[in-house]
Write a protein that binds this ligand. Structure first.
Ligand SMILES: [Zn+2]
Ligand SMILES: [Zn+2]
Length: 310
């Protein structure tokens, strides 16, 4: 995936995403056809990797459009989660493809086939130039951590392409065809690591986990550093999609007029947006500590509806 581009603003991101999708798709198709024609598992493996990248870019593009799309009466959260489901499907599909690559690589190690080295070198050479050019175009843009990970991904893609060129050269010079399935094992491992990352992150979102990069202890400290706040409880931090974070909590405060409570909420929301990137907050102000038996927390709610209390 290439989530970094979402951090930028404006139409240029839409355009660059579309260019990235078209370029990657064309290249993946070329690799697929060339890999089948030349009988190179390394090329085929990299083709699947690039199809995965294409889906990741499409998911980012859709996610970007979702942010602008309003929620509806029936989907009050909008369609942010749809991108998470798509990304999860992509990650699982890539893992299954890795199994196929491993199976095929082991089969070819036992029964070597001689792939067309010239085709391997030509196609992978194009991939190397393309990935390197894309990587360096990102490098100039920003120091954002997401863009940096997209840059590293493109750089590792370029290294894989360079590896396929080298494998083609070795086959051409020495006729040692085992280098092709051996290299495809390395490519399979790279795909596995990348897809594991996607699956872990999407599962964390679906489990309403705390988003990566948000430290709940620091968040609590920051909220409690407001002098009006006496206590915090029933805190929940989750993400709607990989880029839209939400938080809800109860704050025990002094008995304030409503207008002062509003000002406090504005200041806290602003702080949460700036320091933790949390755009959607729901905060409940309470003058007294809430009684443990009331449905103030999920645990209390669970007790209230559990069979033994019915
Ligand atoms: Zn890639
Ligand atoms: Zn409460």
């Amino acid at each position: 995936m290439n989530p970094g581009v979402l951090q930028e603003s404006g139409r240029s991101v839409h355009r660059r995403l579309k260019i990235g999708i078209v370029l990657n798709l064309l290249f993946a198709l070329t690799e697929l056809v060339a890999g089948l024609a030349a009988g190179s598992l390394a090329l085929l493996g990299d083709a699947w990797h690039n199809f995965g990248d294409v889906i990741g870019l499409v998911v980012s593009w859709v996610a970007l459009r979702q942010v602008e799309r309003p929620a509806t009466e029936h989907k009050t959260f909008g369609y942010h989660r749809a991108t998470i489901l798509a990304a999860l499907g992509n990650g699982v599909a890539l893992m299954l493809i890795t199994l196929w690559i491993f199976y095929e690589a082991i089969r070819r190690l036992k029964h070597p086939e001689l792939p067309g080295a010239a085709v391997m070198m030509a196609v992978a050479g194009i991939g190397f130039v393309m990935n390197l050019a894309l990587a360096f175009s990102l490098r100039r843009k920003t120091r954002d951590v997401n863009i940096r990970s997209a840059y590293l991904h493109l750089l590792s893609d370029a290294c894989v392409s360079l590896g396929v060129v080298a494998a083609g050269a070795i086959i051409l010079l020495t006729g040692w065809s085992l280098i092709d399935p051996l290299l495809s094992l390395v490519i399979g491992l790279l795909i596995l690591v990348g897809s594991w990352d996607i699956v872990a992150e999407t599962l964390n979102v679906l489990m309403e986990g705390v988003p990566r990069g948000v430290d709940v202890d620091r968040l609590l400290q920051a909220v409690q550093s407001f002098p009006e706040v006496k206590d915090t409880h029933d805190l929940h931090v989750w993400s709607l999609s990989s880029h839209v974070y939400a938080m809800s909590c109860h704050l025990q405060v002094a008995d304030l007029p409503v207008s002062q409570g509003n000002q406090l909420l504005d200041r806290i929301s602003q702080m949460l947006k700036e320091r933790f990137g949390i755009a959607h907050t729901t905060i409940q102000l309470e003058a007294d500590a809430c009684p443990p038996q009331e449905a103030c927390s999920l645990n209390a709610l669970e007790e209230a509806v559990s069979p033994r209390n019915r």
